[in-house]
Ligand binder design. Structure first.
Ligand code: MCA
Ligand code: AMP
Length: 505
């Protein structure tokens, strides 16, 4: 397989800007030198962790690992000890790449640490060592993603998936080396890392990372030459709110070439508010950690707010009924076949070079994720509209919550809550939230009904043990959880049960 980043070796891109975080930046030549030097040090390692702060060092560390052919495991620097312990135990990295000076908590601090050096320090070293693996199936990244129960699973993403998804998006979005992307997404998930950092680098284009998302940052960067914006719906919702008063933001968004939303559904109301204020439409694309990107509204196509567009080049998409009957699929040229009436609902199943190869150490879960004929079951429910666009209408598993674009498993939070001494029983659900899409709600039977724990105490407990974005935003107390004859919690009956419980909050 050829290089993932041709621009790192091409003389013509050497002086072009590649990465910018705040006031620190690297050209392609500087990135090649920094990442090349680090790649040489990683040679022969089996797997490395990356302490994925929103920084130049994270980007350089991941590029170095890819150049060396060593799979990288990005870690959320806000994860708690329990979550980090699980990921390190499962993926067994031999070292951690980190920003110099940043303190690493236990158990990450037990690993050998390599500080990522960027910029001038790497200038004298040659570009990449030339060991980039040839095998398209070779693992490139292991990205941890939540399931309905149990701890997160490590999705092993091969090199071909990264190359094919980024090239398919370039086709759908006419993404070129002249584009300048702005985003403020975290760098330990597919959206922010693969699309947002590796995407521009594969094109020989530039990315400016905001460090942390803000309307001011978006205004500044789109107002000074950036051409594209990536964000989750919560970010676009906040921009839509800010647009009510902020004419500078409206001007900046209006001048962008492409605004892209993904990771969850962007409500049509927010699409409409943004288009009304800026004259620009937001394009949605649909993907998953396990599949990278599957569909997108095309930059050269009709605006289709409320849909996730059409299959990307090279990706097979079909809708399947519960009994296995295919409802709709697409011909090789992308023409829909079967029932595409905008009403008949089926599960989205996908096949293609964009897919992961396995869940690390979980052959059972890997096998269960695929049909007998080799299609990946996404668990997302959708219809195909008469014009061929896919419209997502729901999800098979109610125990998966999408909050702020993060996927969160109810079971994982329930387990964490049950570890708290003041909790006897716990159930977790998602409720609609204007800002976050869904908000995590914890339903708690306290160990002592007379002295229930404070809601904040439970939120902090989950934030400390797992990660802050997994904390319940609402806590409701009950005297018992509604259960069926088999003892299974009836989550749909929770609102009625809480109405009958004594009030403490
Ligand atoms: C609050 N904080 C706490 C606590 N409460 N910390 C510890 N204990 C607590 N009890 C802190 C947080 O650490 C954070 O600190 C700050 O308060 C706010 O946290 P948060 O709740 O996360 O902020 P938010 O405003 O609710 O976040 C909204 C957001 C965020 C910025 C939109 O949700 C986000 O970045 N989402 C992106 C998700 C994403 O990238 N998904 C991609 C995966 P501090 O202030 O220091 O930060 S999906 C994917 O990859 C697929 C392939 C796809 O299709 O894209
Ligand atoms: P994750 O497992 O965190 O990678 O999240 C993947 C899930 O995000 C998918 O299975 C979908 O449920 C959801 N998702 C991603 N993009 C979109 C979108 N544009 N519209 C609706 N849901 C989306």
């Amino acid at each position: 397989m050829s290089s993932l980043f041709p621009a790192l070796v091409s003389g013509s891109t050497a002086r072009r800007p590649a990465l910018r975080f705040g006031d620190r930046s690297l050209t392609y030549a500087e990135l090649a030198a920094s990442a090349g030097a680090l790649a040489a040090r990683l040679d022969g390692r089996e797997r490395v962790a990356v302490w994925a702060t929103p920084s130049l060092e994270t980007a350089v560390g991941v590029v170095a690992a890819l150049l060396a052919g060593v799979p990288a495991v990005p870690l959320n620097p806000k994860s708690g000890e329990g979550e980090l312990g699980h990921i390190l135990g499962d993926s067994a990295p031999s070292l951690v790449l980190a920003e110099p000076g940043v303190e690493l908590p236990s158990p990450v601090s037990d690993l050998e640490r390599v500080d990522v050096q960027v910029g001038a320090a790497g200038q004298d070293t040659p570009a990449r060592p030339g060991t980039e693996p040839d095998d398209p199936a070779a693992p490139a990244l292991v990205v941890y993603t939540s399931g309905t129960t149990g701890p997160p699973k490590g999705a092993v993403i091969p090199r071909r998936a990264i190359a094919s998804t980024l090239d398919a998006l370039a086709d759908a979005w006419q993404w070129t080396g002249d584009d300048v992307l702005v985003h403020g997404l975290p760098l330990f998930h597919v959206h922010g890392l693969i699309l947002g950092i590796l995407g521009p680098l594969r094109r020989g284009a530039a990315v400016r990372h905001l460090g942390r998302f803000s309307a001011e940052g978006v205004t500044r960067e789109l107002g000074t030459g950036a051409t594209m914006l990536f964000g989750v719906p919560t970010m676009y919702h906040r921009l839509a709110e800010a647009l009510v008063e902020d004419t500078e933001l409206a001007k900046a968004l209006g001048g962008a070439r492409l605004l892209v939303s993904g990771s969850a559904a962007l409500p049509v109301h927010d699409h409409e508010r943004i288009t009304a204020a800026t004259g620009r439409r937001v394009v949605e694309r649909y993907g998953m950690t396990e599949t990278l990107m599957n569909t997108s509204v095309r930059a050269d196509g009709e605006p289709r707010p409320g849909t996730v567009g059409v299959p990307l080049p090279g990706v097979d998409v079909r809708l399947v009924e519960e009994d296995g009957t295919t409802i709709a699929s697409y011909d090789a040229d992308g023409t829909p076949t079967g029932t595409y009436d905008g009403e008949t609902v089926g599960e989205i199943q996908v096949r293609g070079p964009n897919l992961f190869t396995e869940y690390l150490n979980r052959p059972d879960a890997t096998a269960a994720a695929f049909t007998e004929d080799g299609w990946f079951r996404t668990g997302d429910m959708a219809v195909v509209d008469p014009d061929g666009s896919v419209r997502i209408v729901g999800r098979k598993a109610t125990d998966l919550i999408k909050s702020g674009g993060y996927k969160i498993g109810a079971g994982e939070i329930e387990n964490a809550l049950l570890e708290h001494p003041a909790v006897r029983e716990a159930a977790v659900t998602g409720e609609p939230d204007e800002d976050l899409g869904e908000r995590i709600v914890a339903w708690i039977v306290p160990a002592d009904p007379e002295a229930p724990p404070a809601a904040e105490e439970l939120a902090d407990h989950v934030a400390r043990r797992l990660a802050p974005h997994k904390r319940p935003r609402t806590v409701r107390f009950l005297t018992s959880l509604p259960r069926n004859d088999m003892g299974k919690i009836l989550k749909r009956a929770l609102p009625d049960a809480v109405a009958k419980a004594p009030k403490h909050d």
